[in-house]
Design a protein around this ligand. Structure first.
Ligand code: NDP
Length: 307
């Protein structure tokens, strides 16, 4: 079996940037794109803060551009999902459902995925009014009442986006204030279609074929009531995609991969991690891309030193 110089796992801005850099360094990278190719940008509308795009760019277009650039320099893309890795000996082993690869270095860029509340009815009604992505599914809620859960930037961005379609958006915030930035708060609060219920939690989602009611509770008074809604969007943050690395790499208490300060080096020499999978704080497309660049440089230096 051919031993590859580097394999990149993940296809968001971190993965593709690592692809661009390692390909230009002639490491002939193989990038395995994963179960959600393109990552979170694929479910984003306009990205206004990607430097060099003064008019903004749609998330999927940005991903397509990054992919083209990575492929142009020779990154090989495999549309598959990594099911298992073995870091116990060198070369490392990377397995998908039907393929196995050996590699001298690995760059992990598996990102993070949306979190759910876990209340009764949520799982059953996913795809039947229950979603974690307004930009993907908002279109289906024209003139309907919807609920958004969360008080961060993402929740307010989703709620504001939903005003294009829905007749009424109720945001459920578990505290008596938003976590979101001031401009985002102002934009949402100034929209007449958006209503906020403070100190309020969703406790059950009710519906047979599709969502009909969201049962809510005021966590100060204990009072329970029901909201009519055909849409429910959970927007309460993300968790890192590190399941396959549990027990193999050092992770923090939230499951993010730990890296050595100011590097992308994990606790295993030759295994690097970048982007949202190491970053619970900044989580921007540009910081992920920067981190992918650093991982590629770290991998390149590791391989040169080894040679
Ligand atoms: P955040 O972690 O910032 O916010 C999560 C929100 O969900 C908080 O209000 C939190 O409440 C609430 N929450 C968490 N768990 C529960 C629960 N079980 N029940 C009810 N509410 C819950 O995540 P986001 O996804 O909003 O944002 C992630 C990062 O991405 C942030 O850094 C954000 O600034 C950034 N971002 C930036 C955007 C932009 O600038 N355009 C757009 C979107 C995201 P509490 O406050 O009580 O903890």
């Amino acid at each position: 079996m051919e031993i590859r110089k580097t394999i990149i796992i993940g296809s968001g801005p971190a993965g593709y940037t690592a692809g661009i850099y390692t390909a230009r360094a002639e490491l002939k990278p193989l990038l395995i794109s994963g179960s959600e190719p393109g990552g979170q940008l694929m479910t984003t509308t306009e990205v206004e803060n990607w430097p060099g795009e003064p008019e903004g760019i749609m998330g999927p277009d940005l991903i397509e551009n990054l992919k083209k650039q990575a492929v142009k320099f020779g990154t090989e893309i495999l549309a598959d999902t990594v099911t298992e890795v073995d870091f116990s000996s060198k070369p490392f082993v990377v397995k998908t459902s039907d393929k196995e690869f050996q590699t001298d270095s690995i760059i992990i860029a598996t990102g993070a995925s949306a979190m759910w509340l876990g209340v009764p009815g949520e799982e059953k009604l996913k795809g039947k009014g229950v979603s974690a992505c307004a930009t993907c599914d908002g279109f289906f809620f024209r003139d309907k009442k919807v609920v958004v859960v969360g008080g961060g930037d993402a929740a307010l961005e989703e709620a504001t986006f939903l005003t294009r379609f829905a007749s009424e958006i109720t945001i459920l915030v578990r505290r008596d204030e938003f976590k979101a930035s001031k401009p985002m708060q102002e934009r949402a609060l100034n929209n007449p279609k958006i209503k906020v219920l403070w100190n309020t939690e969703a406790i059950e989602l009710i519906g047979q074929e599709k969502l009909e009611l969201v049962k809510i509770k005021n966590n100060q008074t204990g009072e329970e009531s029901e909201l009519e809604a055909e849409g429910y969007f959970a927007s309460i943050g993300h968790k890192p995609n590190t399941k396959i690395f549990e027990g193999l790499l050092e992770l923090d208490h939230k499951g993010y991969i730990k890296v050595k300060p100011n590097t992308t080096k994990t606790n295993i020499e030759g295994v690097f991690a970048c982007g949202d999978v190491i970053d619970p704080f900044y989580r921007q497309a540009i910081t992920a891309a920067g981190s992918g660049c650093i991982a590629a440089l770290d991998a390149e230096r590791y391989l040169s030193a080894k040679e």
